[in-house]
Design a protein around this ligand. Structure first.
Ligand SMILES: [Zn+2]
Length: 272
C-alpha cells in the first residue's frame, strides 16, 4: 500500500515536471504578447542551443492523454461567467473557517488542505484566516435574485435590472465559490477584502507557500483581461499541489492553462 502510493506520487511528480517543460514554453510566449514589460528569457548555454533535440524530447513527453488526465481532474474545474456550474454539481463540504466567517466550508479535500496550510502559517507566526468559502448555487441565486429585485423596484426594465445586478453579484453557478474550491482569505492585520491585503505578511506567506498546499492566486493582476475579474489578492483557489505547481511555473492563469492543455490533448505541439 505504502510503496504503491509512493510510486504513484513519484509518477505524478515526473508528469508534473515534464508537463512544465511544455507549459513554460507556451506560457513564456504568451506572457511576451500580454505584458508591457517583456520578461527576460534565461540565457541558454551555447551547447544547449546546438542541441535543440533535447528540448524536443522533453516537450513531447507530455502526451495528449496526460494533458487530458489533468483536464479531467475535478480539482481543475473552471467556474466563471462563461463556464457556470449547475445546481446539482456535487459538493461534499467540511467546516474550516473561523467562527466569524460567513461561509465556513470548503470541499473536504480543500478544507483539509486549508487547515494544514493555516497551521503551517501559524508556525511561521502568520495568521491566515478564511473569510468566505463555499456558497451553494441556490444561495448564489438568492443573492442574485435579491439584487435584481432591488433594481426592478427602482423601475429598471427586466434586462437592465439583471445586467445591473450581474455587475455586482455573480449570477448563480458563475462564482467560483459555488464549487467549494475557492476561499477568500484574510488576516487580523487586514480584514477587508481589497487590494490592501497584498501588502500583508499573510499575503506574502501565501505567495511563498500556498502552492505546496494546493492553492493558487486565482485572479492575478496581469491576467485581468483573461479571467474577466479584477485583481483579487484575497481569493485563493484549491487545485491540488501538483496542479498548483504546474500552473505557477507556467505563469498562466487557470483559463490560459486549460486552453494550452486542451491544445496538447487535441494532439497539437505547443512550443514557445
Ligand atoms: Zn472570492
Amino acid at each position: 500500500m505504502r510503496s504503491s502510493h509512493h510510486r504513484n506520487h513519484h509518477a505524478r511528480r515526473l508528469l508534473c515536471l515534464t508537463a512544465l517543460a511544455c507549459f513554460v514554453a507556451g506560457g513564456t510566449a504568451y506572457a511576451c504578447t500580454r505584458k508591457a514589460a517583456v520578461p527576460q528569457l534565461p540565457e541558454l548555454p551555447a551547447e544547449s542551443l546546438e542541441q535543440p533535440a533535447e528540448y524536443g524530447v522533453q516537450q513531447s513527453t507530455l502526451t495528449a492523454a496526460q494533458a487530458q488526465a489533468i483536464l479531467d481532474d475535478p480539482r481543475m474545474i473552471l467556474v466563471s461567467r462563461t463556464h457556470p456550474i449547475t445546481e446539482d454539481y456535487p459538493v461534499e463540504t467540511k467546516e474550516c473557517g473561523s467562527a466569524t466567517a460567513i461561509n465556513k466550508t470548503l470541499q473536504t479535500e480543500a478544507a483539509n488542505a486549508f487547515l494544514s496550510m493555516q497551521a503551517a502559517a501559524a508556525k511561521d507566526g502568520v495568521d491566515v484566516r478564511m473569510q468566505s468559502g463555499y456558497r451553494s448555487v441556490s444561495y448564489q441565486k438568492k443573492l442574485y435574485d435579491n439584487k435584481t429585485q432591488y433594481y426592478r423596484d427602482k423601475g429598471l426594465s427586466e434586462a437592465a435590472a439583471r445586467e445591473k445586478a450581474a455587475a455586482i453579484v455573480n449570477p448563480p453557478g458563475c462564482s467560483e465559490h459555488n464549487c467549494g474550491l475557492a476561499a477568500d482569505l484574510n488576516s487580523p492585520e487586514h480584514t477587508t477584502l481589497d487590494t490592501g491585503f497584498a501588502d500583508t505578511d499573510a499575503f506574502r506567506w501565501l505567495c511563498e507557500n500556498a502552492e505546496q498546499y494546493g492553492f493558487i492566486l486565482r485572479y492575478p493582476k496581469e491576467a485581468e483581461s483573461v479571467t474577466g475579474i479584477t485583481y483579487e489578492p484575497w481569493h485563493w483557489r484549491y487545485v491540488g499541489p501538483e496542479n498548483a505547481a504546474l500552473l505557477n511555473q507556467s505563469g498562466l492563469c487557470l483559463e490560459d492553462a486549460i486552453a494550452v492543455l486542451q491544445r496538447i490533448a487535441a494532439g497539437e505541439t505547443v512550443t514557445g
